[in-house]
Design a binder for this molecule. Structure first.
Ligand SMILES: NC(=O)c1ccc[n+]([C@@H]2O[C@H](COP(=O)([O-])OP(=O)(O)OC[C@H]3O[C@@H](n4cnc5c(N)ncnc54)[C@H](OP(=O)(O)O)[C@@H]3O)[C@@H](O)[C@H]2O)c1
Length: 271
């Protein structure tokens, strides 16, 4: 018997087995004993505050961003938290959405937060200068993005304990006569459409035990507000304060929830 050859065959089998059996980065980062949240647009503003909040609460956090290399604050958080994983995701990249969903196929996701959004160029969505391409760009991110995410991750949410999908809407999307405010026309339309998109998702997903909600953060001091609605800055609150409120609303959602949009303080936001 050639001992050297049988030893090297044995070593080969052992090393192949080790590669197959070794927990990958993904498996190591998800603690099955803790709930899991997936957040879009988590490198800054309200999305970053969500990542910080759920990380501090001990959750597994799948923090998705368009450009991981530019997400310094989030990467620093990930460096000190083994259960926060940063993933690249542009919500208009449908192939990447499906790829990520496949990557996490075995991972229950308790809460999916569709946070990523854009205001769009104010100068291209005022009356008399309505720019069609700007309309399409805003709605692709603010409406179709959350809808496609909800579709792609429905199985992950359905297999979780909490089973919640939350999209971050805005009071700007309310069509109630006493609530029509100034600001970007396309942005307001996109948030009204997002509310309807979540209503459609609810119809599809409620039979699977999934709770679908739209929650508005209030007026929050972020790049979006400072750039597009500077006059509202004096009335704004910090992202951390808004997120603490939204997280409490999310925690309170159960099967008695009627599907109407909510504010960060739990009050009903008129359609
Ligand atoms: N701030 C407020 O007062 C307020 C009020 C009502 C509703 N909201 C809503 O709250 C959410 C968060 O807004 P924010 O105030 O935190 O705004 P923000 O500071 O401008 O952050 C927006 C986030 O969305 C991401 N994003 C944009 N387009 C994306 C895409 N195609 N794919 C993936 N991520 C994308 C951005 O990533 P990049 O860094 O790569 O651009 C960023 O992380 C939005 O849905 C917004 O409409 C905010």
């Amino acid at each position: 018997m050639n001992i050297r050859r049988s030893y090297s065959s044995f070593a080969l089998v052992v090393s192949i087995w080790a590669v197959i059996a070794a927990p990958g980065a993904l498996a190591q980062s998800i603690d099955p004993g803790q709930p899991t949240v997936l957040i879009t647009g988590s490198n800054r503003g309200i999305g970053l505050a969500f990542a910080q909040y759920y990380s501090a609460e001990g959750w597994n956090v799948i923090a998705t961003v368009r450009n991981p290399d530019d997400a310094d604050e989030l990467q620093a958080l990930a460096a000190s938290n083994a259960h926060l994983v940063v993933e690249q995701l542009d919500v208009t990249d449908y192939a990447r959405i499906d790829e990520l969903a496949a990557e996490y196929a075995a991972t229950p996701i308790d809460v999916l937060i569709n946070n990523a959004g854009v205001y769009g160029d104010r100068g291209k969505q005022e009356w008399d200068v309505l720019d069609p391409q700007t309309f399409h760009d805003i709605n692709a991110i603010n409406v179709l993005g959350p809808l496609r995410m909800s579709e792609a991750f429905a199985d992950h949410v359905a297999m979780s304990k909490q089973k919640k999908i939350v999209s971050i809407t805005s009071g700007a999307g309310s069509v109630s006569p006493d609530r029509i405010a100034g600001g970007g026309v396309f942005y307001a339309i996109s948030k009204a459409a997002l509310n309807m998109a979540m209503r459609q998702a609810r119809v599809q997903l409620e039979p699977r035990g999934i709770i679908v909600a739209a929650i508005a953060p209030g007026i929050v001091y972020t790049d979006m507000l400072a750039t597009n609605r500077p006059s509202l800055v004096p009335r704004s609150r910090a992202p951390e304060e808004s997120v603490a409120g939204i997280a409490a609303v999310i925690a309170s959602l159960d099967h008695t929830y009627d599907g109407r949009p909510r504010n960060h303080d739990g009050s009903v936001l008129p359609w």
